[in-house]
Design a protein around this ligand. Structure first.
Ligand code: ASP
Length: 590
């Protein structure tokens, strides 16, 4: 028991900080607290008093301060005061601490601050370069605080879920030889071996497979990966993946492991566990949504119309594939808007776009309606389920192009904002092993070259080019609301199949040895069957935070042009440093 407070036993001194600003409530009334934080705002209150909103990572609290004239925005202060109820009628229902305030304040300035170049909150109007140059100020905002903390919770939930499933975290090197992910490598010159370069990992792919040969059994890592590709809203040079690999498992096992980790992460953020993730084959995704990462939050699916126009007299529909989408209620589009859509379709690769408006009486109004028979028009209406007021869009061409164009139009016309429609996770399975044929007729791999073909399709590897394009792989992607979260595959662990694939890909034995010789060597010493997956944590966190851009969930991201206005990277290096590395620069390309 503590001593009662008497003159001999004064109240114990408060620590530097006893409480957090945003956590004080009515139940704390009467408590003497020591708060530390930043001056968010100061409002004068009469001649001598000021309301000072004090901010820390938990939120704001109003402090009533006497003689606050030298307290400016973003000063760092310690305020010792007493929590008290606000006067009736002055409560602020928009603030978690709005029922109380802190009075009888003693203020100590811990750090003065220059006026910040932008308001910490309400930054929408601020140019991004200025925000990133002062990213530490941006990080003070409620939004960034929430996003960073959400990210940490996601990482922790993923770790917990992977470890509960028997996965062991292994750190793999950052300075490596090239990986087979197919993007451009970032390279680091070697000082000790001039003329040689390390690559920064595009993923720990080869190392995690080596871990399997090394008997690790179940590996995971929250891994930084680097790819020198153009930046976009969902792509940075550096990104973080949950990378995993397991031995003696099937595709179903991997899907279950990863679903568990992702569901745990989502639950940690939303408080709700997502239901089992549905599966869809790649072919079905392409046929119904025109995309291998379908956004299934909304309908507007691609409808097959090829049989309907098998005998058509309308030249534009005499194609190997005709498909359409129904845009509910869009018959109100103006001619200008429709011309815009046609231009989009052409930009996406179509020769043209046919549009039809469903009139009140059900007839289809379109410049091309007169070229179609009554049967064809009726068939169109019923196949698409078109109703009065709808707009119908039709593309006829080769199948891959039709899917691609309509898939993009569908997104353009129907995609809800990132914050709407809930979380729709989806496994896309049975990807083709090859994406197409290159100019020499060699198949182009859809994933990395260690991806196992589907058992039922292995025989097709000896067939015609058409057969090859039909080979399905044991590769799978995880999709969330139309974003590809990640991908993985069952790996080839048998050298005969691997050699066959290298041959097909036109990768010579020498090239294979040069690139992945160490992995092929390792496989000679007893490789367990294994499979794995990697998904982007930045993307998952962005969607869980309702952010359109992954930069919002990365503490120190790069701008679209790949630079960091805060540290000024990338920067030139000193001539002596270049010399030491045995490097000489060419004049910049004009
Ligand atoms: N390494 C692959 C990637 O980063 C994922 C995998 O196959 O495990 O995309």
């Amino acid at each position: 028991m503590s001593d009662p407070e008497t003159p001999d036993h004064p109240a114990p001194e408060l620590p530097l900080r006893s409480d957090h600003c945003g956590t004080l409530r009515a139940e704390h009334v009467g408590r003497r607290v020591a708060l530390c934080g930043w001056v968010h705002r100061r409002r004068e209150h009469g001649e001598f008093l000021a309301f000072v909103d004090l901010r820390d990572h938990t939120g704001l609290v109003q402090c009533v301060v006497d003689g606050a004239e030298d307290l400016r925005s973003e000063y760092v202060v310690r305020i010792v005061g007493t929590v008290r109820r606000r006067l009736e009628g002055t409560e602020n229902p928009n603030l978690a601490t709005g029922d109380i305030e802190v009075g009888e304040c003693e203020v100590e300035i811990l750090s003065v601050a220059e006026p910040p170049p932008f308001q910490i909150e309400g930054r929408v109007e601020v140019d991004e370069t200025i925000r990133l140059r002062h990213r530490y100020l941006d990080l003070r905002s409620e939004r960034m605080q929430r996003n960073l903390r959400t990210r940490a919770r996601v990482n922790s939930a993923i770790r917990g879920a992977m470890e509960a499933q028997g996965f062991v975290e292994v750190e793999t090197p950052l300075l490596i030889a090239s990986t087979p992910e197919g993007a451009r490598d970032f390279v680091v010159p070697s000082r000790m071996l001039p003329g040689n370069f390390y690559a920064l990992p595009q993923s720990p792919q080869l190392f995690k497979q080596l871990c399997m040969v090394g008997g690790v059994d179940r590996y995971y890592q929250i891994a930084r990966c680097l790819r020198d590709e153009d930046l976009r809203a969902d792509r940075q040079f550096e990104f973080t993946q949950l990378d995993a690999e397991a031995s003696f498992v099937t595709q179903d096992d991997v899907l279950a492991f990863i679903s568990e980790a992702v569901a745990a992460a989502a639950e940690a953020v939303t408080g709700e566990r997502p239901s089992a993730f549905p599966r869809m084959t790649w072919l079905e995704a392409m046929e119904r949504y025109g995309s291998d990462k379908p956004d299934v939050r909304f309908g507007m699916e691609l409808v097959e119309l090829t049989p309907l126009f098998a005998q058509t007299g309308f030249n534009a529909f005499k194609a190997s594939c005709v498909k359409g989408i129904r845009v509910p209620g869009a018959a109100t589009m103006t001619r200008n808007q429709l011309d815009g859509l046609t231009d989009d379709a052409k930009r996406f690769g179509a020769k043209g776009l046919v549009w039809m408006k469903v009139e009140g009486d059900g007839t289809l109004a379109s410049p091309v309606a007169k070229f179609l028979s009554e049967d064809e028009l009726g068939g169109l209406r019923s196949s698409l389920g078109a109703e009065a007021g709808d707009l119908v869009l039709i593309v006829a061409d080769e199948r891959p192009r039709v899917r691609h164009v309509l898939g993009l139009l569908r997104l353009r016309l129907g995609r809800p904002p990132v914050t709407e429609g809930g979380l729709h996770f989806l496994w896309v399975v049975d990807f083709p092993l090859f994406e197409g044929l290159d100019d020499d007729g060699s198949p182009v791999p859809a994933h990395h070259p260690f991806t196992m073909p589907h058992d039922e399709d292995v025989h097709l590897l000896d067939g015609s080019p058409d057969d090859l394009l039909r080979v399905r792989s044991q590769a799978y992607d995880l999709v969330l609301n139309g974003w590809e979260l990640g991908s993985g595959s069952v790996r080839i662990h048998r050298s005969d199949i691997q050699e066959r694939i290298f041959d097909l890909l036109g990768i010579s034995r020498e090239e294979a040895r040069h690139k992945f010789g160490f992995l092929l060597d390792a496989f000679r010493f007893g490789a367990p069957p294994h499979a794995g997956f990697a998904f982007g944590i930045d993307r998952l966190v962005a969607l869980l935070c309702g952010e359109e851009n992954i930069r919002e969930v990365i503490a120190f991201p790069k701008t679209q042009s790949g630079s960091d206005p805060l540290t000024q990277s990338p920067t030139p290096i000193a001539p002596s440093h270049l010399e030491e590395l045995g490097l000489r620069l060419l004049p910049p390309k004009t």
